[in-house]
Design a protein around this ligand. Structure first.
Ligand code: SF4
Length: 92
C-alpha cells in the first residue's frame, strides 16, 4: 500500500495525460480533446478510483504503457527513462 501511495504521489496533477491520443503506427499523438472525465477546473480525473472501469481505454501506468510514450516528457513518471519518446501534439 505504501509503495502504491508513493507511486501515486509522483503525479503533479497537471492533467495533460488525460487528453485523447492517437496511435499512428506506434507514434503517439496528443489531441486537444480531453477525456470526458477530466475536470477542467481541477485538472483531476472525476472518476479516479473507478477510471479503468468507467473508461476501459484509460491506460494503467505500467512499465509497458510508459514505454509506449503516453506521457509528456516532463512527467515525473517518465523522468529519466532512457530513450523516452514523448507524444507530440497533433497538427490540425
Ligand atoms: S502527465 Fe504525469 S504528472 Fe501530469 S497528470 Fe499525467 S501522470 Fe500526472
Amino acid at each position: 500500500m505504501k509503495a502504491t501511495m508513493e507511486w501515486e504521489q509522483k503525479c503533479r496533477r497537471c492533467g495533460r495525460c488525460c487528453f485523447e491520443k492517437l496511435d499512428l503506427d506506434g507514434e503517439i499523438l496528443y489531441t486537444d480533446e480531453p477525456c470526458e472525465y477530466l475536470d477542467p477546473a481541477t485538472r483531476l480525473c472525476s472518476v479516479y478510483p473507478q477510471r479503468h472501469t468507467a473508461r476501459p481505454g484509460c491506460a494503467p501506468l505500467t512499465p509497458e504503457h510508459l514505454a509506449m510514450g503516453i506521457l509528456p516528457a516532463d512527467c515525473p513518471y517518465v523522468d529519466g527513462l532512457p530513450n523516452y519518446r514523448a507524444p507530440r501534439l497533433r497538427e490540425t
